[in-house]
Design a protein around this ligand. Structure first.
Ligand SMILES: Nc1ncnc2c1ncn2[C@@H]1O[C@H](COP(=O)(O)OP(=O)(O)O)[C@@H](O)[C@H]1O
Ligand SMILES: O=C(CO)[C@@H](O)[C@H](O)COP(=O)(O)O
Length: 542
């Protein structure tokens, strides 16, 4: 007789991450151990959408960046088929949740709710939802074309500080409020025919639910529309983004707690893939909030995500009175109480590292790492600052900037080795000085928790460890956003009032991969000061 596979009888959790370049899925058991994984890469697996790095850039205006929601739906079809082929009993999945790249918005056409409610399980989703969107290209977080709407919104509510006081952030181009504002002002017909506006996270949640799912408090904080104290849409911000007669509040739906069970899985998934009709759907959230959940951040932890974007995030016990300057405050994804998360987002992360890898290392991470390791810490005093796209922090246009140890500009460095180290040191010096600027204290107790695609590269992490002068830890997987979804399912299912740390805290197991070198502090403290001056000179221009 065949031995019974314990997995077959255990309840399972299914977590997703619809991020910039791919959709990833992870299946865990109730102990949050990863059992199965599947993913679909937009560039490679869906070439018909002609994306680069998961997005489409407007040929005439490089500030306009979008992705087609129907591509995300097609990717969901494929990843679901991959999950089916894993041949585990899908009916043992008791909870589904997920994450989405932050800020991106999806515009459901009038009638789309009915389409979601009546999906035919005999057909693919992409065949049925092809006409579900009033805006066929969704603006994503890399878009920076909304400056005039940001200015208008800030002015309308009484200035940038006032907007930050209400929503946790000054106006940022990628934030959904000004993106909606742009659509309202430039595509009025499409706006008027929109039944519902989702974030990427609540969009994918809606598909699993077979109905519109609310925007959760944490991802909703990245819109410049939500009052982060009351967790309700702020009337003044709504009015500033569109205008009183625009029914924006109705189109957004009521914001929901990130830990809410929003319902059971749609009949489409029950019939097509064999899910149990009792399988629950837990609110989806942003990819950074979901990684925050997977990491169960302690007070001395600094999370660094090295995905398409590089982000730095921290846990905040209370709301800083004077805001966070260039940082953002989001509602805490694992506690609706008075706790928050702080986040900094740098646009030029992995794709810039890939560009230098292509130019200097023949597209090989192995060669890239050899070049990196063949140069000393401090790189002979050379500093490089590389922006492929308009950067968010600091706000500056694309371009490369190279300086020698005297601070004089160079057209190029003397070798590929120096170029590679200059890129990695420069990126992490920037993450460090901006983190310190929002109050992040690097102490002897500090730990860096790294995640995202590049966190599998220990040579890059060693530089991170040296620049921050703190040890670096990683989890078993370099993609924590989908795993965070499983953690959040477990928390959502726990007894009411149970704290997140009690439910999942000790499951967030990390292993240390790097310790800072002894000379790191001396080298990088000095270099950070020099970097700050050079970065300022770039922002101010010649
Ligand atoms: N060995 C590696 N070293 C450095 N970077 C890597 C390595 N493997 C993958 N990456 C980077 O990971 C990135 C994808 O990260 P990921 O977190 O999956 O992105 P996103 O979630 O934004 O779609 C790729 O763009 C790639 O440059
Ligand atoms: O805009 C932000 C955060 O504010 C980005 O971090 C997006 O959430 C995209 O995340 P990745 O795909 O790079 O992980």
């Amino acid at each position: 007789m065949m031995e019974e596979n314990p997995v077959n009888t255990n309840p399972l959790y299914l977590g997703f991450d619809l991020s910039t370049q791919s959709i990833k899925a992870v299946v865990t058991n109730e102990s949050l151990e990863v059992l199965y994984e599947a993913s679909v890469n937009f560039d490679k697996d869906l070439p018909e959408f002609r994306t680069t790095g998961g997005v489409n850039k407007d040929e005439r205006n490089s500030k306009i960046v979008s992705a087609q929601p129907i591509m995300w739906i097609k990717a969901l079809d494929i990843v679901m088929e991959k999950i089916r082929l894993l041949e585990f009993p899908i009916d043992t999945i008791v909870g589904i949740s997920g994450a989405g790249q932050q800020h991106g918005s999806v515009y459901w056409r009038r009638g789309a709710q009915k389409m979601l409610q009546t999906l035919d399980s005999g057909k693919f989703l992409h065949d049925q939802l092809a006409f579900a969107f009033s805006v066929t290209h969704s603006p994503v977080w890399m878009d920076s074309s909304t400056t005039e709407y940001c200015d208008k919104l800030e002015k309308f509510v009484g200035g940038p500080e006032e907007l930050a006081k209400i929503t946790g952030s000054k106006a940022y181009e990628r934030f959904t409020g000004s993106q909606i504002s742009k659509i309202f002002n430039t595509k009025r017909e499409a706006y008027n025919s929109t039944e519902r506006i989702s974030l990427v996270s609540s969009f994918i949640c809606s598909v699993f639910l077979g109905d519109y799912a609310g925007i959760d408090y944490s991802d909703g904080s990245g819109m410049n529309l939500l009052d982060i104290r009351t967790k309700t849409w702020d009337a003044k911000c709504l009015e500033g983004a569109t205008s009183n007669d625009s029914n924006l509040e109705e189109k957004l739906g009521i914001p929901i707690p990130s830990e809410l069970v929003v319902g059971t899985v749609s009949n489409y998934f029950v019939e097509r893939y064999g899910f149990s009709p009792d399988c629950k759907v837990v609110a989806f959230t942003g990819d950074n909030p979901s990684s925050f959940a997977a990491m169960a951040l302690g007070p001395n932890d600094i999370a660094v995500s090295l995905g398409t974007s590089d982000t730095v995030f921290l846990s905040l016990d209370s709301l800083p009175e004077e805001g966070l300057g260039e940082g953002h405050i989001f509602a805490n994804p694992v506690s609706s109480k008075e706790r928050y998360m702080a986040l900094l987002c740098f646009k030029n992360g992995s794709l810039t590292r890939e560009r230098i890898r292509r130019d200097a290392a023949d597209r090989s991470w192995k060669i890239f790492n050899e070049l990196l390791n063949s140069t000393p810490r401090g790189n002979f005093g050379n500093i490089g600052i590389y922006y492929d796209l308009w950067e968010i922090i600091p706000k500056v246009k694309n371009g490369d900037h190279r300086f020698n140890k005297e601070g004089s500009r160079l057209n190029k460095f003397t070798s590929k080795e120096v170029e590679v180290r200059a890129l990695i040191e420069g990126q992490f010096l920037s993450r460090r000085i901006h983190a310190e600027r929002i109050g992040c204290k690097i102490t002897k107790e500090s730990k860096i928790l790294a995640t995202g695609g590049a966190s599998c590269n220990e040579d890059i992490l060693q530089v991170l460890s040296d620049v921050f002068n703190a040890p670096v830890y990683v989890q078993d997987t370099s993609s924590s956003a989908d795993l965070g979804a499983c953690y959040r399912i477990k928390h959502a299912f726990a007894e009411e009032g149970s704290s997140y740390t009690e439910v999942v805290g000790n499951k967030a197991s990390f292993k240390k991969v790097c310790d800072p070198n002894r000379d790191a502090k001396e080298i990088y403290d000095t270099m950070a000061k020099r970097f700050e001056v050079l970065e300022k000179s770039i922002v101010q221009g010649p």
